[in-house]
Design a protein around this ligand. Structure first.
Ligand code: HEC
Ligand code: HEC
Length: 453
């Protein structure tokens, strides 16, 4: 792999529409959840509303099985998953509290104080990375984390498996859920937990009814708050789409020494950056932020106005400066309220959608890819082995071009606006290129053999 960089003078290819809208609209259309303009509440343009439309299906690489989900649910509430039998996943991820725990920092076995706030578990079927710093890349790989973490459940996975295997009912449940490999082991345990977690879809709220065309679903103040959210207050720069997250990592200027994504990537440019949380069901999941430091939504809004710690790593997507009137603050908080259920939320059920692998059809033969608006354009290219593929950062943000593949590992380091990175692949095959800071950016590279071989 060769890599060269040079500074670019001209920045081009900016779109007239806000980038969050372009990306979110594409997603909504793919999922078949667009709105016709006739249904749209008159005061908000239909294309903006469509960017917030709920999908009809859940993404899923494997169609989930009712028996796996049932087993995963049972395991989620089972205290045999912890070292001393005192905790289950639900001890910290309480369904009555939106699968969070209601305190700034929770405690693990023997009362150990945890370094980060327990997040809610809504809509993780759409997640690209897991934990506040994104260190896990699948729900399957995530769940051994808390089980084996000495501060959390403090167990050895072999001991957990042995305890479950000693139980005849558990053996039968594992065999029914995984008929092709009917054993109680860590692989099936994590698959079952992940299958259950993928079904935790946040229910429809008043905001969804508004998006679906019910004009009076929002009050005047709430609608004004929505306009601030997508306009002056710039919240949508990061909290985009129906889940209200771009799945990316940002430093929003909270005080503290936790390096977050920077430590995970070994990339100082991503220090203090944490994954943008979804804003669904916030009414049930206070307090907020990776350190649980903000108790109310009013405090959150005050943070974006005057709490930001000046640092070189601050996200380019933060609206600066932000000054709101007292009325605007109230409206913004009122709008956030429309994303929460009125009673303790119960997971909605959405059928899984089986993802198609990348076919050859969408690939284009080019030697340059651009990154404006947090998107690789084009996002599916064909090149020949040994040829260079130039990735130009014509965006306003720092990126980190990566290939994490057994055949090839590559990281560009901090790719600042204007920097270009040249990738070259020696082996033919299909490769995925992502951004470590914005993992929703996905570039599929089809590498053909050299000289048409
Ligand atoms: C002792 C409390 C505790 C227990 C028990 C616990 N968790 Fe967590 N969980 C946390 C904390 C704290 C985090 C955030 C840690 C971080 O980001 O570094 C977290 C993060 C997660 C995430 C990532 C969510 C996201 O948005 O990225 C998932 C998924 C998760 N836990 C599932 C589970 C499962 C499954 C179990 C049981 C096997 C479990 N947890 C047990 C406290 C707990
Ligand atoms: C630059 C990207 C960005 C912008 C702009 C932004 N946020 Fe955030 N938001 C984040 C990130 C990242 C976090 C988590 C930060 C952390 O914990 O360190 C967060 C956390 C939150 C939380 C806490 C959620 C939870 O479950 O803990 C709320 C509420 C929130 N933001 C609301 C807003 C509002 C309202 C605005 C507009 C005034 C806004 N955000 C603007 C990126 C952003």
């Amino acid at each position: 792999m060769v890599r060269r960089r040079s500074r670019l003078r001209a920045v081009s290819g900016r779109t007239a529409r806000p980038p969050w809208l372009a990306a979110a609209c594409a997603a909504a259309i793919v999922l078949g959840a667009g709105l016709s303009s006739a249904e749209a509440p008159s005061s908000v343009p239909a294309d903006i509303l469509a960017a917030f439309a709920r999908p009809a299906q859940r993404p899923s690489a494997t169609k989930d099985d009712a028996r796996q989900v049932a087993l995963g649910r049972a395991l989620f509430f089972d205290t045999r998953l912890s070292g001393d039998g005192s905790l289950s996943c639900a001890s910290c991820h309480d369904p009555q509290l939106g699968f969070a725990d209601g305190v700034p920092l929770g405690s693990g076995i023997a009362g150990t104080r945890l370094p980060r706030h327990t997040p809610a578990l809504w809509n993780l079927a759409w997640g690209r990375t897991f934990f506040w710093d994104g260190r896990a890349t699948s729900l399957e790989s995530q769940s051994t984390g808390p089980i084996e973490n000495p501060a959390e459940m403090g167990a050895k996975i072999e001991d957990v498996v042995a305890r479950l295997e000693a139980d005849a009912e558990m053996r039968a449940a594992f065999a029914a859920a995984f008929p092709e490999r009917p054993v109680v082991d860590a692989v099936n345990l994590t698959r079952a937990l992940a299958a259950f977690e993928r079904t935790l879809v946040s229910p429809e709220t008043r905001f969804d009814r508004f998006v679906a065309g019910e004009r009076d679903a929002l009050t005047t103040d709430e609608l004004a708050g929505f306009r601030l959210f997508i306009g002056k207050a710039g919240c949508v720069n990061c909290h985009s789409g129906w889940r209200f997250t771009d799945e990316a990592f940002h430093d929003i200027g909270l005080p503290g020494d936790d390096r977050g994504r920077g430590a995970t990537l070994g990339l100082p440019a991503a220090d203090h950056a944490f994954k943008t949380p979804s804003l669904r069901e916030l009414a049930w999941t206070a307090p907020y932020m990776h350190d649980g430091s903000l108790a109310t939504l009013e405090e959150v809004v005050a943070h974006y106005e005057q709490g930001i710690v000046e640092r070189p790593t601050l996200s380019a997507d933060l609206p600066r400066p932000l000054t709101l009137t007292e009325e605007e603050r109230r409206q913004l908080v009122a709008f956030l309220g429309t994303l929460s259920s009125e009673d303790p939320p119960r997971p909605a059920s959405l059928p899984p959608h089986v993802e198609q692998g990348p076919g050859g059809a969408g690939a284009v033969s080019v030697s340059t890819v651009r990154q404006a608006g947090k998107r690789f354009a084009p996002d599916h290219v064909r090149i020949r082995a040994g040829e260079g593929l130039t990735v130009i950062n014509d965006d306003t943000r720092t990126h980190n071009v990566r290939v994490d593949d057994p055949r090839l590992t590559f990281s560009s380091g901090a790719q600042e606006p204007g920097d270009r990175v040249i990738l070259s692949f020696d082996e033919p095959g299909l490769f995925l290129v992502t951004c470590g800071i914005h993992p929703e950016m996905r570039l599929t590279v089809e590498v053909a053999p050299q000289n048409g071989k």
